[in-house]
Design a protein around this ligand. Structure first.
Ligand SMILES: [Zn+2]
Length: 201
């Protein structure tokens, strides 16, 4: 089928999704790994990198790196499904949904990095633990386009473990108007407050 040239250009461009040069008539099958075009690596383009939250991208950007087998050996089946396979626990089921301690820290269940403090947690009624802020730098956001929606996925910066999603502008009376909707399974609560203790020291 002959397409008008502007359509062919559009098709070639839209079909090459950033990781190939937008040459209108490039034949996709002619691009092999190792050609010059591959040197445009995803991590060097932050915006593009954020679109691809694949295992490969995670390996490149999180300090704690383990194989799927290592994670499987360390985590419970639920923790593995949620942290490593981006699963979701059923609403109103998690240990920390109705958990409101006056102090303490919620750490990553995968790598123990402190993620949220007790005073960042609030009652959202959504069925999952909700936080309006994080320990600085502890949580990383990615665009998640699964299920035909555009959501912001949140992961542990240290190990890339899936936490949940963040929603903004819902009108909760919190300082940030953000809701970090986090799976209880991804968290481990401790009465200790390593974040505050560190800043006192
Ligand atoms: Zn982690």
């Amino acid at each position: 089928m002959r397409l008008p040239s502007f359509l062919r250009t559009f098709y070639a461009f839209s079909n090459t999704t950033f990781h190939r040069a937008p040459t209108p008539f490039a034949n996709a099958t002619s691009l092999r790994p190792g050609t010059a075009l591959r040197s445009i690596s995803l991590p060097s383009i932050p915006f593009v990198g954020a679109l691809f939250h694949t295992a490969e991208t995670r390996k490149m950007s999180h300090p704690v790196q383990k194989s799927e087998q290592e994670w499987q050996a360390q985590l419970s089946p639920d923790q593995f499904r949620i942290l490593r396979e981006k699963g979701t626990e059923p609403p109103f089921s998690g240990d920390y949904d109705k958990h409101y301690p006056s102090s303490g820290t919620y750490a990553c269940a995968g790598c123990s990095a402190p993620l949220y403090t007790a005073d960042q947690k609030f009652k959202s009624g959504c069925g999952w633990p909700a936080f309006f802020d994080t320990v600085p730098g502890a949580v990383t956001r990615h665009v998640d386009r699964t299920f035909g929606m555009e959501r912001i996925e949140i992961v542990c910066t240290n190990c890339g473990g899936h936490l949940g999603h963040v929603f903004k502008g819902e009108g909760y009376p919190t300082p940030t108007d953000e809701r970090h909707c986090v799976n209880s399974v991804s968290l481990k609560f401790s009465n200790q407050d390593p974040v505050k203790e560190q800043s006192k020291a």
